[in-house]
Write a protein that binds this ligand. Structure first.
Ligand SMILES: CC(C)(COP(=O)(O)OP(=O)(O)OC[C@H]1O[C@@H](n2cnc3c(N)ncnc32)[C@H](O)[C@@H]1OP(=O)(O)O)[C@@H](O)C(=O)NCCC(=O)NCCSC(=O)C[C@H](O)C(=O)O
Ligand SMILES: [Mg+2]
Length: 281
């Protein structure tokens, strides 16, 4: 949410979102940058967002605001700083150095926005640059802009970039969040893009409006059918193992240990959701 918008910062305290990104970059006009920085850092330091992960998106390294943003964010101690337009491992190392120099607590991780053609081509190097880098965040607006691509249903012009970043995240054990959907009134288009993001393998999606939170939670939560099937797979596998068999069928489909791993992951996601306070579900 825009860091200069007091109403949005307040509203965020009651949103059922897993994580909040308090923005100092594109959602804040140049004249409001300083005020937004003060407001956001005070809100984070006050710790009023409960169990939601809280991140501060600073301005990019090539802007006059970056150094002051990063220093102030380091002192506020959010769960993460989100850094726009990361294009190389050197960018990640520089952010890491600056966080350390500013005395950031160890729990403040780096979320890298990948949103340029060079970031797509170097996604693996970026993802592997540091253990402190925990999440890749797709910046699909900037990416489309730089590619001179159009925003179309199905996102065909962006699929190469989305796929490269997903491969990089999975190969390096990092989380990855899909980009934002700009038309806050288009519920159908938004639902389709959430579905596509989940089918592609994203861990979640970045959002820009409170009305997008619940539909997104629904899209990224395992369905009752998926959970029932996962439980059946785990049960059938345990029976097969007890009988000394390495392969089994469930509902006519072959099940091997990789399917069991995925079933266990789904059940763990469901347990994690169930374990959250009701306001966050
Ligand atoms: C998109 C918006 C400008 C729409 O604003 P508005 O028309 O004012 O929305 P509503 O009137 O429907 O708002 C209803 C209430 O919800 C609050 N609200 C609105 N947005 C947020 C929010 N993001 N977080 C929390 N609360 C929010 C309003 O204050 C209203 O409250 P109430 O008074 O109680 O009724 C606006 O939603 C907006 O500014 N969204 C965020 C924009 C943003 O953060 N942009 C930066 C991220 S996008 C990005 O990262 C792109 C990326 O870099 C890339 O390259 O792709
Ligand atoms: Mg961007």
């Amino acid at each position: 949410m825009p860091g200069a918008n007091e109403r949005a910062l307040e509203k965020a305290k009651g949103l059922p979102a897993d994580a909040l990104i308090l923005d100092l970059e594109d959602a804040v006009a140049p004249a409001a940058k300083q005020e937004a920085r003060t407001r956001v850092c005070a809100a984070v330091a006050a710790g009023a967002y409960g169990r939601r992960e809280v991140a501060i998106r600073v301005n990019g390294r090539d802007t006059p605001w970056h150094a002051d943003d990063l220093r102030a964010a380091a002192q506020a101690g959010p769960d993460a700083v989100v850094v726009p337009k990361i294009g190389s491992p050197a960018d990640v190392h520089a952010v890491e150095r600056d966080l350390d120099a500013a005395g950031a607590p160890g729990h403040t991780l780096i979320w890298a926005m990948v949103e340029t053609p060079i970031a797509m081509l170097r996604a693996l190097e970026i993802a592997q640059a540091s253990p402190r880098l925990a999440v890749l965040v797709m910046g699909t607006n900037d990416l489309a802009n730089e590619l001179r691509a159009q925003h179309v249903p199905g996102r065909a012009p962006l699929l190469t970039g989305l796929g490269l970043c997903l491969l990089a995240a999975r190969a390096s054990g990092k989380a990855i969040l899909d980009g934002v959907y700009n038309d806050v009134r288009d519920a159908e288009g938004f639902a389709a893009e959430c579905r596509q993001g989940r089918e592609l393998g994203f861990d979640g999606k970045t959002l820009i409006h409170p009305g997008q939170v619940e539909p997104c939670n629904r899209a990224f939560s395992p369905s009752a059918e998926q959970l029932a099937e996962a439980a059946e797979i785990v049960r059938a596998w345990a029976d097969a193992e007890a009988a000394g068999r390495g392969v089994v069928t469930v509902n006519g489909r072959m099940i091997e240990n990789l399917h069991v791993d995925n079933a266990r992951r789904l059940l763990a996601v469901d347990a994690a959701i169930a374990g959250r306070p009701r306001a966050l579900r």
